[in-house]
Design a protein around this ligand. Sequence first.
Ligand code: ADP
Length: 554
Amino acid sequence: MKNKILIFNVTIVTLSLLVIFFSGLSVNKKSHREEAEKNIVAVTHIYKENYNDNITKNVPENVRVTVISEDKTVIADSEDQSIVGKPHENREEITAAWEGDPKVVTRKSQTLGKELVYYAEKVETQSGFVIVRTSIPVESVDAYVKNTIPTMIYVLISSLFVSYIASVLAANGIIKPLENVKKKLAAVNDGTYSGDVELSGDKDVDAILSEIDELGGKLKSSIDETNAEKERLDYILGNISDGIIVIDEHGTVGVMNKVARGVFGGDGFIGRNYSVLSADEGLMNAISSAIGNKTASEYEFENDGRIYLTSVNSLENGYTVIVMSDITEMRNGEKMRGEFFANASHELKTPLTAIRGFNDLIAMKTSDEEIKGFTVKTDKELTRILALISDMLDLSKLEANKVSVKEKLDLRAVAKEVESSLAGLAEKKKVTVTVDGQGFVEMEKEHAVELIKNLVENGIRYNNEGGFVKVKISREAGKVRLSVEDNGIGIEDECQPRIFERFYRVNKSRSRETGGTGLGLAIVKHICALYKADIDLKSKYGAGTTITVTVGAA
Ligand code: ADP
């Protein structure tokens, strides 16, 4: 910048001086010519007034006098004797004088090689007239050039010096405030801008500085806000009890809070691919399918004896968020409850079975009809208690939320099995059970049996004599649909939302009478949740009920 200003100024000064020099040269040349043209007339008049035969003798050095006869032959010449006696008629000033209309003519002398002014006039003599012509040189500009050049060089050097100083000062005057602008911009850029504007005194630069000041202020407050937001977020992430990991769309770990770092036992995961987190195949698959297919999933990740319920969610902006909750205590509690429940049930079953044995013994030994009647009632209650214990055990197993073996299961075969296991009940209730269609699912057989059995059993038990229960299996769009339809007593609209609750029974006495525990549909709902199956209820009081379960096909 400085150099450019310097070169510009020096060029301008040099050009100006050259223009001045050449203009002076031209003006000088013109004034010399005008001076000579004025002088030549006066000089000619002097020679004309003093005309005599020796007029061409003793002529001053710069003046040339030529005398030409009437017939335009040179009579005498002060400088060139060789032309005497020769005709000299083709000269413009001579012709003009001869014709009586003298005029000054300027031209370059072929003889002398320099510019001369010529003038001639007639001079009367005794024998007629002669033409006296004089010429003087136009003063050359060499002297001007000679005199001017040193001055010019002197002026040029001093001007260049002055111009250099002026340029440096001017450049500093411009660059210094600009450097201030540069410094401010750099401060805005690296976030250290403090907002103290030091005005330069230059209106234009100050306008830029004010704009920068405003921009810097806005940027600073937005950076401060972002930092405060980040601090808040860091605080929350640092103190939250769940592990949180954020992965970008390329699979790079961007955020990992303290708990998550503790789970994976390390600090150096940020900026690296998620595959360095763990070798657990299930967790890696859940993350890769969230990144690639935008699917959300839940996975129980076990590490160092701890169990983490890990939910992997893909966000719309391409990020994948993993939230890990430590559910070890919960699972241990569930396990202990389950164990306690299983032990208690087992402990209860033994004395209950013994009681049933004694009850049968009493029934066999007694002939008292009233006592026999009591033993029948006792047996019925015992059967109910044992069924209840069995359902509660099933439910507690399901709550442990474990699907250990998934096998390709023929639902039709399972339904047929259930049909024959409930044939006695169906016959007793005079209800026909049919199975139609086919479908394969991935399910534990025990769960499938439990599900179909509970639905078909309800269809039989809450039916009328001569009624039917139709089990239909169909396949559509990757799903298997199992529906259990009956034309039994149906369920009132207001009771329908509650029938999947534990121990909820529309009609307690009927349920008890038919051997219901109030847990059948709760078990069905749990099994459906385990396999992410949809369950749908359609019932009309007095007309019948259809329950449909839709589950993924195998
Ligand atoms: P329960 O052991 O009493 O049958 P469930 O959980 O299986 O318990 O059913 C809850 C209640 O829903 C039953 O008591 C009954 O009143 C009603 N219910 C279930 N299935 C049917 C059905 N197919 N028709 C009519 N009512 C039904």
